[in-house]
Design a protein around this ligand. Structure first.
Ligand SMILES: [Zn+2]
Length: 243
């Protein structure tokens, strides 16, 4: 059984306390709620970016369709106007005039159909542009919110970093001059036992695992010399006797 001065064993509890505070602060830093909010916004923005590209492509395709529909309407309208001019000028024989009137009827129907198509494509374009604008607006909102949250994060991280720095300085002070073998045993146990390598014995209870020692073990521990490093029979941690 290793030995270390009783005073060093007692100071180990301060080292343990500082180590726990470092570990807890680092855990808090890694799990700040603002980090989850930022992550959710980044995911939403990534989806919207895909959506924005799709809507942008759709809108530019529709703009081309609108141009084509306008050209089609214009072509038929010109032809119709030319025919109307010829009809008004008169001078043709009855058979030609009849043919002209027949063509005008066809052109009028065709123009009406093409104008319907033009209108429908323009409506689709408006819808696509509306969605595109909404996506852009939401992305701008997200960018603003992310900026605010980044600032919040920086403030919270800085506060925690200060706590960590304080706890680390305290850890150095607490560990200074303690028996090196005791510290290295503590560190090994700490790694193995979720951050707690040394615990106080309170009454018959180990404050590391919160189990009560059986009377025989307790008697053996109480009988051990103060500089004997004793371990909890239940969890294996260094058990520090405080009195
Ligand atoms: Zn224990």
């Amino acid at each position: 059984m290793p030995t270390a001065p009783a005073a060093d064993q007692l100071r180990l509890l301060d080292v343990q306390d500082a180590d726990l505070r470092i570990q807890q602060a680092e855990h808090r830093r890694a799990t700040l709620p603002v980090l989850a909010q930022l992550e959710a916004l980044a995911a939403e923005d990534a989806e919207l970016e895909v959506e924005a590209i799709a809507r942008g492509t759709e809108a530019s395709d529709l703009r081309r369709e609108v141009t084509k529909a306008e050209d089609d309407v214009q072509a038929v309208r010109s032809r119709k106007e030319r025919d109307e001019g010829r009809l008004a000028a008169g001078g043709s024989n009855a058979k030609d005039l009849q043919a002209l009137q027949g063509e005008l009827e066809v052109l009028t129907r065709r123009l009406s159909d093409l104008e319907d198509i033009e209108l429908e494509v323009m409506e689709r374009l408006e819808n696509a542009e509306r969605v595109e604008d909404a996506v852009k607006a939401r992305r701008a909102e997200i960018a603003t919110r992310r900026g605010e949250l980044e600032q919040e994060l920086a403030v919270e991280e800085q506060a925690i970093d200060e706590q960590v720095a304080d706890a680390k300085a305290e850890r150095v002070r607490a560990a200074e001059g303690i028996d090196a073998a005791l510290v290295s045993l503590y560190e090994r146990l700490r790694d193995q036992h979720g951050g707690v390598g040394a615990a106080a014995l309170q009454g018959s209870q180990c404050l590391g695992c919160h189990m009560s020692l059986n009377p025989a073990d307790l008697r053996a521990i109480e009988a051990a010399a103060p500089d004997q490093v004793v371990r909890c029979e239940e969890c294996g941690r260094i058990l520090v006797r405080k009195d």
